[in-house]
Design a protein around this ligand. Structure first.
Ligand SMILES: [Zn+2]
Ligand SMILES: [Zn+2]
Length: 324
């Protein structure tokens, strides 16, 4: 099959990559659309110590084989991306997305969605409601990741009336745009900080306040970092009020050093946040609380995946899709 392969930091198209073979309780899925994420670009730069395999962890597809579970064949699906063994200490504590044995689709030990087919455990699959088009369903994984930021807010802040919280979202790219829409849909009034006039205009077109600069004296209850730049955290430490929170959504390829004293002095809560609830994301798409389709910058055939990855790197690009 056709697949985009990452090996030793180099991407190349393979025309005869072996099609994966599903086992019992797994599905062979024909990919209908896949989305390129900042993590994919970071993987090429060496994030996660250099993943070798097929990247891609945002997809919508159709089940074509499901050994032992034939009723799944023909179903349209989206999929969660962390496998769980169900037996290790993390899994038994309910931390299934942190399983010690986990494989991560397109990121760790599991060939991903930038290919004609992928294999997934059935237990990770969800069925998008029929009214949700593929072009929206392909956003389920990153939208769920955006909802994770809401879930991961400290309780004392979540219990406040949403409109009374000052929320800053940093980064006008793929994840920042979704985060701003999620907070807005939940009644918050986020301010989106970004560098790109066209991307900020896109957020404003759905009523989200934007800025290209933080006032030196501005203070926020919560700052959410989706900037992709590790140095953003140092700036945010100066703009979050005492006992406020910073939620980190960024997976940067490179480490940064910073002065943590303001974190201690101001008793700021620093929270890492990664994967989120698929059912919540699918409900938001079904109820059209969030329409992610204006975020699609371009759709490329899988045969042009190298060009698509280059496009996704451009400063003006938001979401670039691949269609096998
Ligand atoms: Zn991602
Ligand atoms: Zn486990």
């Amino acid at each position: 099959m056709l697949a985009l392969l990452l090996q030793n930091g180099h991407l190349r198209l393979e025309t005869s990559y072996p099609r994966p073979i599903p086992r019992q309780d797994e599905a062979l899925i024909r990919v209908r659309l896949a989305g390129i994420c900042g993590t994919d670009l970071a993987l090429v730069e060496g994030y996660k110590g250099g993943y070798n395999g097929v990247p891609g962890h945002e997809y919508v597809g159709e089940v074509v084989e499901a050994p032992g579970n034939e009723e799944w064949v023909g179903r349209r699906v989206v999929g969660e991306i962390n496998t769980a063994c169900g037996q290790c200490d993390r899994c038994t504590q309910g931390l299934v997305t942190h399983c010690r044995e986990r494989r991560v689709l397109g990121i760790k030990d599991w060939d991903g969605a930038f290919a004609e087919y992928l294999v997934s455990p059935l237990s990770l699959l969800h069925r998008p409601p029929p009214t949700v088009p593929d072009t929206s369903a392909v956003f389920t994984e990153p939208l769920a990741a955006a909802y994770a930021a809401l879930r991961d807010m400290p309780d004392d802040l979540r219990q406040r009336p949403p409109a009374t919280l000052r929320i800053l979202i940093v980064g006008d790219g793929r994840l920042g745009q979704l985060l701003a829409r999620v907070f807005q849909a939940e009644g918050y009034r986020p301010l989106l900080l970004g560098r790109h006039p066209s991307k900020l205009a896109l957020a404003r077109s759905c009523g989200i306040a934007t800025t290209r600069q933080i006032d030196t004296s501005a203070e926020y209850d919560i700052a959410v970092d989706a900037s992709g730049r590790p140095e953003t955290l140092a700036t945010l430490l100066g703009h979050v009020r005492p006992r406020g929170a910073i939620i980190l959504k960024t997976t940067a390829a490179h480490p940064a050093s910073l002065d943590l004293a303001p974190l201690v002095v101001n008793e700021i809560r620093l929270i890492g946040s990664r994967c989120g609830p698929f059912p919540r994301a699918l409900t938001a798409l079904e109820q059209t609380q969030i329409d992610p389709r204006p975020l699609i910058s371009a759709t490329y055939p899988l045969s042009a995946a190298l060009e698509a990855m280059e496009h996704a790197r451009r400063p003006d690009a938001i979401k670039v899709l691949l269609q096998p």
